[in-house]
Design a binder for this molecule. Structure first.
Ligand code: GLU
Length: 317
């Protein structure tokens, strides 16, 4: 289903190159949350039964690449010879297939590559498995991937099934409409069809908006863009990070409104081997401190302005 999005991505690359990521006049993705409008309304209601931002604390010093402690899941991955990363291939800037190289690349892919670097001393020792948005939790649970980095919001419902890393990116939900639309936010889309990927928090959030937009699902956000362009839906609503990539692929689209949710991204892992979550958090801590996170931000999102401070790590034990 997602393969044809490559065609869209080709157009996107030329638009990005020509216009420096034009098409989104809204506040930029990934800007410090201090500058982002606070989420408002019932759609912002969150499950507060846990702190989804808090993960497992790293223990001891990070082992050197190639020296994973015996009996750990990292040692298993090392023995296998590659880290298996679950992600999408149609999320421009985060994880999308580069039509010129055929490789899936972006901020999320680099998060995975940095874990491979820490295990093997080689970021290329990674196998990318393209998974549906609705398969992110189950893929981590059934072990078909070692880790998921896929614009995935850490929330309490998902924490029941998987472990999340500490937060590596703060996004928030907005809406994409036709450039001719008078809508200024999701609140102006009552009775209109608004698309989101199946299995995303975005889909659930649309249904909670008091104005009552009609939530429509598609397998991925690339599919939502096609539905939007074919007038099957009036709008797309998801994380600002994803919308800016979609808007860059359609000169007749714009992103509007304030963020009406908070979407803190974590990498998801099976919770049977917590030592792997601690290891990943140690890598993230080192990369926040040594400038790697900032360099990754600049590589993928630098066109939108200077890198903010990385999200602060929070721990639950
Ligand atoms: N970040 C949200 C989620 O994890 C919405 C977009 C996406 O599916 O990545 O569900």
């Amino acid at each position: 289903m997602r393969a044809r999005v490559t065609l869209v991505a080709v157009a996107a690359l030329s638009v990005l190159a020509a216009a420096g990521c034009s098409g989104d006049s809204s506040p930029l993705p990934g800007r410090p949350s201090a500058s982002a409008p606070a989420p408002t309304g019932p759609a912002a209601a969150v499950d507060t039964s846990c702190n989804p931002r808090a993960s497992l604390k790293p223990t001891g010093a990070l082992p050197a690449p190639g020296k994973m402690p015996a009996g750990t899941y990292m040692a298993e991955i090392f023995k296998r010879g590659r880290l298996v990363l679950g992600t999408s291939q149609d999320t421009l800037l985060f994880s999308s297939r580069n039509p010129f190289t055929g490789k899936v690349e972006g901020f999320d892919v680099d998060m995975g590559r940095q874990i491979a670097q820490a295990i093997f001393g080689d970021p290329d020792k990674i196998q990318i498995k393209v998974i549906g948005y609705d398969k992110r939790v189950s893929s981590a649970v059934d072990g078909s991937v070692d880790i998921v980095a896929d614009t995935m919001t850490a929330n309490c419902a998902r924490w029941k099934d998987v472990n999340f890393s500490t937060i590596y990116y703060d996004a928030g939900q907005k809406v994409l409409v036709s450039s001719a639309s008078k809508a200024r936010s999701i609140n102006d889309l009552g009775g209109k069809k608004v698309c989101a990927a199946k299995g995303s928090t975005s889909y659930d959030n649309i249904a909670k908006v008091p104005a009552k937009p009609i939530a429509v699902d598609r397998p991925g956000f690339g599919d939502c863009l096609v539905a939007f362009q074919q007038n099957e839906v009036d709008a797309i609503s998801t994380d600002d990070t994803i919308l800016v990539g979609l808007a860059a692929q359609d000169p007749y689209a714009k992103v509007v409104g304030p963020r009406f949710t908070e979407e803190p991204y974590g990498m998801a892992m099976n919770n049977d081997h917590p030592e792997f979550t601690r290891f990943v958090n140690a890598v993230l801590a080192r990369n926040r401190a040594d400038g790697t996170w900032k360099a990754t931000y600049e590589r993928w999102l630098g066109d939108f302005g200077a890198a903010p401070q990385p999200p602060v790590a929070e721990y639950r034990d």
